[in-house]
Design a binder for this molecule. Structure first.
Ligand code: NAP
Length: 309
């Protein structure tokens, strides 16, 4: 079994991990960034990013991911694709076990594993995923040209992606469990002004119906009224869950949602281990925060490593 040691390992290549990679590479640290899938993380699920400074016209999530990766690589980022299945953070060095049976060790670790869309866990959802149930409007919107789709959720993702879906679908019905959206006002204004978007308020979705593909939704209003809505697709955009299956949650003192608490310098409960981006326990999940935390985490790792030697 091969074993390699690094002063710093960064786990995950979303905006937090890529920024940490940029800072570590530029600081000429002995580092490795490990990514399981594509570089970019959740911004790859985002059609358009309008609030990342330096890009006044906005840019697609895909383009921002590419630019972030290219930026880190300009400073000789050392990266590999690999799937970390578990880790032992109880002693030193820190040890990561990979799917291919290799193990890597490090003196410091930055966890940037991010989050993924939360399922509703209602009947029909799992069975029809990929057959009309989707968690990514950017990926799947073009399948719904001239059709009627529903979006479930009232946060930034649901409202932003409902607007994006109107570029393809004839009609988008946004279903929210309250009578007020959580999304930021500018996204709300855009959605309210869009004649292709209709809203159903105070309503939860209790089932997705259909056999070969989605045919409709079963709805329950706050007042107890039940109804059905015929749609060809449904986008479930009701928040995120942490990508934490490889983490020792007890040792890291994970919060009740499974996110990792840190101090302001991104240091976790385990010495030498930092967490940055959407995996952190926090209120605000924006690309700009993730990037800032990635930078902070490298500075915290540098400080830790200096005091270690
Ligand atoms: P979010 O802000 O947590 O919103 C989740 C939405 O889903 C809320 O409206 C919530 O309703 C609803 N919801 C949750 N559980 C539900 C359930 N079981 N049934 C029905 N509805 C349910 O999540 P998000 O919109 O995915 O955003 C995640 C993070 O990314 C946030 O921090 C967000 O600000 C950020 N983000 C930012 C941008 C941007 O700045 N442009 C774009 C996308 C995402 P309630 O409102 O009633 O709680």
């Amino acid at each position: 079994m091969a074993s390699d040691h690094y002063k710093l390992i960064i786990l995950g290549a979303g905006p937090a991990g890529l920024t940490a990679g940029l800072y570590a590479a530029r600081a000429r640290m002995d580092h490795l960034l490990i990514e399981k899938g594509a570089e970019g993380g959740q911004i790859l699920l985002t059609d358009w990013i309008d609030n990342y400074p330096g890009f006044p016209e906005g840019l697609s999530g895909f383009d921002l991911a590419e630019k972030m990766a290219a930026h880190a690589k300009r400073f000789d980022l050392n990266s590999m694709f690999g799937n970390v299945l578990s880790m032992d953070l109880s002693g030193k060095p820190l040890r990561l076990e990979l799917e291919d049976s290799n193990a890597l060790t490090c003196d410091s670790l930055i966890i940037c594993t991010g989050a993924h869309p939360r399922p509703l866990n209602i009947p029909g959802e799992k069975e029809l995923t990929g057959k009309g149930v989707s968690y990514c409007a950017t990926c799947d919107a073009p399948f719904y040209r001239n059709q009627h789709v529903a979006v479930i959720g009232g946060g930034n993702t649901a409202v932003q992606e409902a607007s994006h879906l109107t570029k393809f679908a004839d009609k988008v019905t946004l279903i929210h469990r309250r009578d007020e959206l959580r999304a930021t006002k500018i996204l709300q204004e855009k959605a309210f002004a869009n004649p292709k978007i209709e809203f159903i308020w105070d309503t939860t979705t209790t089932a997705v119906t259909g056999t070969e593909g989605v045919e409709g939704l079963e709805l329950l209003n706050k007042n107890g009224d039940k109804s059905t809505l015929q749609v060809e697709g449904v986008f479930i955009l009701v928040g995120v869950l942490p990508n934490n299956e490889m983490l020792p949650l007890e040792l890291l003192k994970a919060d009740s949602g499974g996110f990792i608490p840190t101090d302001l310098e991104t240091r976790t409960a385990v010495e030498g281990v930092m967490a940055a981006g959407d995996i952190r326990s926090k209120e605000v999940r924006q690309v700009i925060n993730a990037a800032g935390e990635g930078a902070t985490a490298v500075l915290a790792a540098e400080n830790y490593l200096v005091n270690l030697s």
